[in-house]
Design a binder for this molecule. Sequence first.
Ligand code: PLP
Length: 419
Amino acid sequence: MGVIEICNSFCTIKSNTGHRFVASQIPSCSFEAIHKRVISMASTLPVEHINEGQKRLTGDSFIRPHLRNLSPYQPILPFEVLSTRLGRKPEDIIKLDANENPYGPPPEVFEALGSLKFPYVYPDPESRRLRAALAEDSGLESDYILVGCGADELIDLIMRCVLDPGDKIVDCPPTFTMYEFDAAVNGALVIKVPRKSGFSLDVERIVKVVEMEKPKCLFLTSPNNPDGSIISDEVLLKVLDLPILVVLDEAYIEFSGIESRMGWVKKHENLIVLRTFSKRAGLAGLRVGYGAFPLSIIEYLWRAKQPYNVSVAAEVSACAALQNPTYLEKVKEALVQERERLFKLLEQVPFLNPYPSYSNFILCEVTSKMDAKKLKDDLAKMGVMIRHYNNKELKGYVRVSVGKPEHTDALMECLNRLS
Ligand SMILES: Cc1ncc(COP(=O)(O)O)c(C=O)c1O
């Protein structure tokens, strides 16, 4: 990677280390050739078909080879699409498939959005107001905090800063599938260390894999999506002793009753902690996530991030949500209480085996010859959306997000009809 300066008959390539090379090849794509200066993120791999007169140039020939075989991420159906497909108003759909917070944000957020003064001005690239509010909320100084367009953006940003193509990460399935997806986008290899029965981490295998494969980072989730289990201090300290960067995703930490480990980044140079406003503050649609990083790492994320990654609306909303901690606490309490009620009810369903959860969702094994996919489809026809799994680790499982009491009642009524 570097800057290529074009002279009359050849071009010189200046690498980031300052070395100059002469190249006779044209770059694989050019953005500013008119100024005889090309900023290039050139892949070192040759692009097929170029300069081969007879062969037609196809768009995909420009795509990086490792991306050409990438399977797209499987998102859930957009709400409006779903609503049209089911022939129901969005407010009549019981949406328990993506762990959103059905209570939404506090009223301060709507007021703040309604009185945005400068939507035509670019946002603060450093999200200063929000980071100051987060420092107060978390007790960790804002120097350690970086905000992103959802925790999702930060997962990708970390990988872009840490991984060279061919580097390895450790993933512990079943877990949030974005780690595997982003690793593939970034050309990294994924070493899977499956969880033990009951979904606890296989720490002994993680230790062995780190020794033998020398992966660069390990992604852990507490509470884990999809089963809702948490990671103890003892286990976390054990993996932090390994020569690996540990990314601890705490997207659902508020529902767990345990404290966030954000403050640990001051003591552990190999720990990153991620959090989000999507679940705790009902802001999934506005996309605000944040992370706590050691100072020696955060510096590079600042350099590599998109300058305007957090929109004005997103920052204003997150700040407004933090102004009403009483609301956030009340909503969290309501969801935790509802989780316990839902769990007891699901236990009584003859074809479901629910797992205790520290989060705002409950994973259930589908038993007694009932098919998990058919269960999901039958519920969808009745206007109740749940998540079903078809991957190796979770074939025959479904996950139900915790909603309001009336959502639980509607779900139970439908399940009873199917019993
Ligand atoms: C474990 C986990 N991390 C991160 C996210 C994404 O968070 P955000 O909405 O902030 O991108 C999710 C979303 O469901 C999740 O389950």
